[in-house]
Design a protein around this ligand. Sequence first.
Ligand code: C5P
Length: 230
Amino acid sequence: ALPRDLDGVRVVVSAGGTREPLDPVRHLGNRSSGKQGYALARVAAQRGAHVTLVTAHTDALPEPAGTEVVPVSTARQLAEAVESAAAGADVVVMAAAVADFRPVNTAEHKIKKTDHTPDPTITLTRNPDILAGLVERRRDGQIIVGFAAETGDETGSVLDHARAKLKRKGCDLLVVNAVGEGKAFEVEENTGWLLSAEGLEQRIPLGAKAQLAATLWDAVTALLRRRSHG
Ligand code: C5P
């Protein structure tokens, strides 16, 4: 049996990939399956947490048992749902793959080949950085966890990028995954590093996404214990 070390802890997890509409039938999306975020939500609930799972698009994953599920589609919808849930949360984990950019315009009707001569151009604008906003409005003692997908070789450039990103984003914990062919996205297993603002750098061996989830919740409970004991 799993430890009940998150008993009564209020947790928000975001998962899946956002979609940014171009017209009623098309969007810009990404390759997130939602599996890592869903594993995080499921394991937290098994360990006793109250879990709100804010989910963008996934590979038709079933709802994890014992969680409150809030479905969203775009980055801006995800921002609104996460920010409202975070107001009452002890821990927020941003595992969603949030689109950094969205089309400036969403066509009201399906864009037709004949609508454009020459071929159309998509102009993008920046989405809000949800994680940065959460850090800005962090409640006293609230723990904020980010994820980072980096391309590159794992121990060298990926870890360097992760250290810089942890500082830049100001979150308490950052999980970094190397992504690319057959890594992290759309697969059952995951690997990477867990970094903390206090300088912890823990290698996460290749394993099931539930295993990475367990490692992250272990680090979160350690932080919560230290904070409650001053
Ligand atoms: O900067 P980068 O996109 O690599 O950071 C990834 C982390 O930031 C993830 O935790 C992701 O959920 C979060 N993120 C966000 N809002 C965005 C883009 C990423 O919260 N617009």
